[in-house]
Design a protein around this ligand. Structure first.
Ligand code: GTP
Length: 320
């Protein structure tokens, strides 16, 4: 029996909250500790997922080019959408490439979910769909689920304080049977969270809370937080600099500067006489005589003044 599975990664969003950075680099190709977000997600998948389907709209050309030159050890199928179809419409657009139980991811979440456990849970319950759930302190800005014995019985959008059905929110990772994708209407803009899941509650839709970390890397603050969390988890633990929560790409050079904590420096960067903390510097940038904190700089930026809480990208600047 063939146990292999496919995964769909939703990577078609505009990434407006990360502008102007995402004007030149689509969000899925933005590096998290020097590895593009989507590549990092693919490399972390369990071995049995041998085919990855990328649902792409914005940034198609760059994505095609990237995966042409990068071998991620799995078959990658890039499926373009002419118009953004929403999370559900994008899955429908990928339907012809799936052969059975499928893992689906929002492409911009960084989590500690154990996917093998999630798949096992899904199978043991004979569920039609299983959602990873994350517990938050204040769920009022989010949508929550009512979970009874592992089954989702209700969705509640932005619950008023005191009326929350739970503190569990959708973490953007799903295991789905093909029949769920088959009920999504074709060629329409559909949100899986709002238009489809609420229709199948009480009918084989399960939820599994997980612990550890969950970061939606889609805002400047959370993009930085995701980088720092990955430095923390010591993924590339052979790198000694990680002890100081700093990673400097091997092609970059730092002279007479204080770097850290929480600093990631991309390839071909040159830094002199600067003090840098809580910051990501993207490739080909030159920093001279600057104090930089809590910022995202690059790629290809020359800087010689102090900066805080700011994105400085080729297409402009934004304070956050
Ligand atoms: P913002 O514009 O900053 O809100 O970012 P976004 O466009 O990425 O939207 P959001 O963070 O809500 O999307 C969650 C995930 O779904 C991201 O990985 C997106 O790439 C993806 N996504 C959102 N809308 C679409 C769509 O219409 N098509 C596809 N293929 N993916 C989508």
């Amino acid at each position: 029996m063939n146990n292999n599975m496919e995964a769909i990664i939703l990577v078609g969003g505009l990434g407006t909250r990360l502008r102007p950075l995402t004007k030149t680099i689509p969000k899925p190709l933005l590096p998290l500790v020097n590895v593009p977000m989507v590549e990092r997600m693919i490399r972390k998948l369990p071995e049995k997922i041998d085919t990855v389907i990328l649902a792409v709209n914005y940034g198609l050309e760059q994505m095609l080019e990237y995966f042409k030159k990068t071998n991620v050890g799995r078959k990658v199928i890039i499926v373009p959408e002419k118009e953004p179809l929403g999370t559900g419409g994008a899955m429908k657009n990928c339907e012809k490439y799936i052969t059975g139980t499928t893992a689906v991811f929002n492409g911009d979440v960084v989590t500690s979910i154990n996917l093998d456990e999630m798949i096992e849970y899904h199978k043991s319950k004979e569920a039609k769909g299983t959602l990873a759930l994350w517990e938050v302190e204040n769920p009022n800005r989010f949508g929550v689920v009512k979970l009874v014995k592992g089954e989702i019985l209700k969705f509640q959008e932005k619950p008023p304080r005191g009326e929350e059905l739970s503190n569990l929110i959708n973490a953007g990772t799903y295991i789905l049977e093909p029949e769920i994708i088959s009920i999504i209407p074709e060629n329409e803009k559909i949100s899986i969270e709002r238009d489809i899941f609420p229709k199948i509650v009480g009918n084989g839709l399960h939820g599994i809370p997980f612990e550890g970390y969950f970061i939606d890397a889609g805002t400047p603050e959370s993009y930085l937080e995701a980088n720092f969390k990955l430095l923390d988890t010591n993924i590339e633990s052979e790198n000694n600099e990680l002890k100081n929560k700093v990673q400097v790409h091997e092609t970059s050079k730092v002279v007479d500067s204080i770097i850290g904590p929480n600093v990631v420096i991309g390839p071909d960067v040159f830094i002199e006489k600067s003090v840098i903390s809580n910051t990501v510097i993207l490739s080909d940038s030159k920093i001279y005589g600057s104090t930089i904190n809590n910022s995202i700089i690059g790629p290809n930026i020359s800087l010689n003044h102090d900066v805080e809480n700011t994105i400085i990208a080729p297409e402009g600047e934004k304070i956050f």
